[in-house]
Design a protein. Structure first.
Length: 355
């Protein structure tokens, strides 16, 4: 049989692998592959969800109630807040808005797995800049890589999957080196887990005020435990966010997601107590892994990085055999989310046996 003629697909898209999700875990396994929150949803959030607006109606396209809450919280205007179905959606919207054919997008690598696809989908060229030896952003090299074709720079702090932060001083120096007409996206998906006092805090420091080219991204997926509902937000200059609103798929934030996000802000104290527990477990995990001889970078997020190099696949298989699903990056390392309490000892046991 002859092959049917199929519609032409852009070659760079045909060659692009779809987003790779961590393996699904069996009922007895710990799923530590997607940096999810291990706690059950709060009863108050579930209760609010049960009263979501009738689902035969479309949601509010701009999630006004949630934006009002966030605007009040951060002391910004309503149009300085943008909400989308996950912060990954906002990454796509902003890069689409800023970069096109012939343009460049600079990002650190290794970093969040979605980054390489962002310029590609926009028709632009990605410029990955290797992390430094201590698994941090090499901001000097990133600033050196900015050319007159650069339209956007992606900064991830704490860096997924390695864990270290960008400091406030490093960020200030970097912004000073980048032309003011280049978009800088400060991806702070894990901000609530940061305890280092010298870390950049894009919202606390209101960096977007002095620098309208900086947009700060946050999410309800991690610290707030709403990964399954898909809701994230950006704070920045209204005109820059208008561009994200223009490229976004209309009506993609569901009423359920907006309701749950608002209920989570109402229950923030309880949720941040859980974050503190995860941070304690992170400290215990990093300390014990280092005691076993692993060179674990300083993690300020809800995951840790094991630099397993050539042994990555074999070691990931050993974790899986012990019913722990981790996220291996072949030839490089393994990212392990900080999960349920009993998962910590199990992770440490496997880590010691493969060491
Ligand atoms: N940025 C970073 C650095 C991430 O690790 C993730 C999730 N893995 C996201 C953005 C996207 O999160 P979400 O779309 O769930 O808000």
């Amino acid at each position: 049989m002859t092959e049917p003629i199929l519609p032409r697909i852009r070659p760079e898209i045909a060659a692009l692998a779809p987003y790779r999700q961590g393996k699904q875990a069996g009922p007895d396994a710990f799923k530590l592959s997607s940096n999810e929150n291990p706690f059950e949803p709060l009863p108050s959030v579930l209760e609010a969800l049960a009263h979501t607006t009738p689902i035969n109606r479309y949601p509010d396209a701009t999630a006004t109630r949630l934006r009002e809450r966030l605007a009040a919280r951060y002391g910004v205007d309503l149009d300085q807040v943008h909400v989308a179905s996950g912060s990954v959606a906002i990454l796509y919207q902003l890069v689409q808005a800023a970069a096109s054919v012939g343009d460049e997008v600079v990002y650190a690598w290794r970093s969040f797995e979605a980054y390489p696809g962002l310029p590609l989908v926009a028709g632009a060229t990605g410029v990955p800049i290797p992390l430094s030896a201590d698994a941090r952003h090499d901001l000097d090299a990133m600033a050196d890589a900015v050319t007159d074709r650069t339209r956007a720079v992606l900064l991830c702090t704490p860096n997924n999957p390695t864990g270290p932060i960008i400091t406030a001083d490093e960020f200030t120096a970097f912004v000073a080196r980048v032309p003011a007409d280049v978009l800088i996206i400060l991806d702070e998906a894990y901000a609530e887990f940061v305890t280092a006092e010298d870390a950049v805090d894009g919202l606390g420091a209101r960096v977007f005020e002095d620098h309208p080219n900086v947009v700060v991204l946050r999410t309800f997926s991690k610290a707030y435990g709403l990964a399954g509902l898909r809701v994230g937000y950006a704070i920045g200059h209204a005109k820059v966010l208008d561009a994200a609103r223009a490229t976004g798929i209309p009506l993609s934030v569901t009423a359920a997601a907006e309701t749950a996000a608002i209920a989570s802000l109402d229950a923030e104290g309880e949720l941040l107590d859980r974050v503190a527990v995860i941070v304690e477990r992170r400290t215990a995990l990093v300390t014990a892994l280092r005691a076993q001889g692993w060179e674990v970078p300083d993690s300020q997020a809800n995951f840790v990085w094991l630099p397993t190099g050539d042994r990555t696949d074999e070691i990931a298989a050993a974790f899986l055999a012990a019913d722990i699903v981790v996220r291996p990056f072949s030839g490089d390392g393994i990212r392990i989310s900080v999960g349920e309490e009993p998962s910590i000892d199990r992770v440490l046991h496997v880590a010691s046996t493969v060491r």
